[in-house]
Unconditional design. Sequence first.
Length: 400
Amino acid sequence: MATSKPKGVIGILTGGGDVPGLNPAIRAVTIRALREGYEVIGIRRGWKGMIELIRDKKVDNSHCYEMLTEERVNRAFRTGGTFLHTSRTNPSKVKLDDIPIHIKDKYTKDVNDLTPEVLKNLDFLGIDYLIPIGGDDTLSYGVRLYKEGVRVIAIPKTMDNDVPGTDYCIGFSTCITRTISMTDILRTSAGSHERILVMEVFGRYAGFTAMLPTMAGVANRCVIPEHKFDIELLTKLLVEDRNGHPSRYSSVMVSEGATFEGMDKMVYSGTEVDAYGHAKLGGIGELVSERIKSLTPNYNKGKTINIINQKLGYLVRGGEPDAIDSIVPMAFGNLALDLILKGIHGRLVVLKNGRYDNMPIDVVTSSKKVVNLPRYYNTERLRPFYKSFEMLPLFIMTSE
């Protein structure tokens, strides 16, 4: 018996950094779409799959996409990361060395816009709706495609929780959970040796991943990208915290994008930049540790206090999702399908004021989502304010 023609074809991809919760989102989209009569194509390695595809049905393009089935997504959804893989590819700014070999003769500039190829490749695959899952970089290119006429519905994910328009991004809760758990492990060593514990966490432009664990009580202080802090003040506060603690230790969360007075830029781990112009951050925790140690005698009767410096890094983005990052991706995926069934596109699915909703997709590029300093951060004490929680959402600090 002939197979009935599908209602349409939905493409889904994951871009940028991996987080727990991506596979549940892919599963939610796929299961619902298949049962509603659609086919689902998983685009591999983010936007990279859309520039490397060769438009020839005789060519093996399995490195660029795969047809998704219930069996495939059911095997993967409980695990962390993304089984479709990911990249930080920006098709609108592809360096000459990164141009796929089959189109090298067409693009010869130092930096090239391959959007025409992406549009042709989407058409080649017969994709009617495209669902990118990513942070503001990945989704900003989704906005570009929407303006080019592609039916796009975006799902926000990033540990930093800094996609504008939504209170929550997939991956944030697990990141906070991991950070709190690892801090509980590290503080036993800090207490045993009577040291100051410095932990570097993710957060290029927004300090949510440092603020929430500190607010939860696992650190005495936190320094964030939104406020250029005084290293002398931080040292003084941490020495006071340590000397007043029964176990003689104190701790501080340091966002990777934080800077202190006297610094003219963030600390980078190298000079190479990604396709969105971002250099890899890393090292501010070490720099802060060195400065704190050298300054401790000024506030500790001339005696130096040793430091434990730990970069939490990828440990907080790996592993299986927690409860929230299992539930929210399921809801986001179904929200995206609800929109498709209504013929609606150009939207970002969101969690806003405790309710699931959707926003115009261009909210992603129209503003920046950062910590509201006057409302949430005490610049004199280098820690969050603990006041006025009434009617605030679950994770307190959101886009206003």
